[in-house]
Design a protein around this ligand. Structure first.
Ligand code: NAP
Length: 309
């Protein structure tokens, strides 16, 4: 099968499209024909060797940890799926990913793909969606009626976070640049702050939860807008713990994990039309490096996806 291979850390231009043996599923595993694979910043961070301390990965490896496809074959003990099922999932980072024609994943991370969206749209959801879900609800404990500030609301994680938070009845404020203001409004945000024109810390106060996708100065300034006892949940690391403690703010960072029941809930929201994935670019396997370079520029609207079949 054709697969993009990372043989050594470095530039995305070092990735190679190779022919490698098709993997075989063990008893509790599923072989999926990948129709589309989502692009995420973690992909180029790993490829460039910037994340080797966080993710102990053995090379060579196939990158890409987000996919939608059709089940080709199931292992002997797999009970809940069969060949032909349309599925999506976020595989673990320590094994071969989805920039390939086929992938093997454990049964317990796989969910049925919503039937009302394409494979391309579905592949954009699992990693960013689980990150948004876990940040808002599992770690952030977001409740109906609470005010949440979502940074980079136009990005992969943010564009889903805005829609999830709205679907649970929160009041949502998102940040992005001028070009993305109307996009974030259309996602359902109650307020959008254009960070090129406005300092969010001047205009906001008494926020219950900040969802930090940026870090640095943005994280530090976010402490100023939270109410006493508020929560600051980061997906890029906790940097200002002392300041947070002094203000009685819970600052916590986390790495998202595969979670079937959460992905099932996300799929249900997509199926009933409450959440619509936003894909702004579709590339072929041959164009993987180009897609990764665009992601690394840091201004993708929604998601980029590789179309494999
Ligand atoms: N911990 C985890 O498990 C986890 C999981 C997923 C992602 N992450 C990390 O979280 C970060 C975000 O991921 P992502 O997939 O959402 O990235 P992304 O899709 O590449 O984010 C791009 C978006 O960020 C916006 N943006 C850039 N600078 C901004 C700023 N200063 N203020 C507000 N918005 C800004 C851009 O909007 P404009 O073009 O309008 O500026 C663009 O729409 C990445 O560093 C990623 O590695 C962590």
């Amino acid at each position: 099968m054709r697969a993009i291979r990372l043989n050594e850390y470095g530039s995305v231009d070092k990735l190679k499209l190779e022919n490698i043996p098709r993997p075989e599923p063990k008893d509790k595993e599923i072989l999926i024909k990948v129709h589309a694979a989502g692009i995420n910043p973690v992909d180029w961070k790993i490829i460039e060797g910037k994340a080797s301390d966080k993710f102990p990965i053995k090379l060579p490896i196939t990158p890409g940890w987000d996919l939608a496809g059709v089940i080709e074959e199931v292992g002997k003990s797999v009970k809940s799926f069969r060949a032909g099922d349309e599925v999506f999932c976020k595989p673990d980072l320590d094994r071969d990913g989805a920039y390939a024609e086929f992938i093997v994943v454990p049964e317990h991370i796989v969910s049925y793909k919503p039937t009302n969206i394409s494979f391309t749209d579905a592949a954009s959801v699992p990693l960013a969606g689980l990150t948004a879900w876990q940040g808002l609800f599992q770690y952030g404990n977001l409740k109906k009626g609470e005010k949440v500030l979502i940074h980079a609301a136009s990005g992969g994680v943010g564009s889903l976070a805005v829609q999830f938070a709205k679907s649970k009845g929160a009041y949502v404020i998102g940040t992005c640049s001028t070009d993305n203001v109307s996009f974030v409004n259309k996602l359902g945000a109650d307020e959008v702050i254009d960070y090129t024109k406005q300092n969010f810390e001047d205009d906001l106060k008494e926020i219950d939860l900040v969802f930090d996708t940026i870090g640095g100065e943005t994280q530090q300034k976010s402490l100023l807008v939270l109410k006493e006892g508020g929560r600051l949940i980061s997906i890029v690391g906790a940097q200002f713990e002392q300041e947070a403690k002094a203000k009685n703010i819970r600052l916590e960072a986390f790495m998202s994990k595969p979670n079937k029941s959460q992905l099932d809930e996300i799929a249900a929201l997509i199926q009933d039309g409450s959440v619509i994935p936003a894909v702004s670019g579709v590339y072929s396997l041959e164009e993987t490096a180009q897609a990764l370079r665009e992601s690394a520029n840091g201004h993708v609207r929604g998601k980029l996806v590789l179309r494999v079949f």
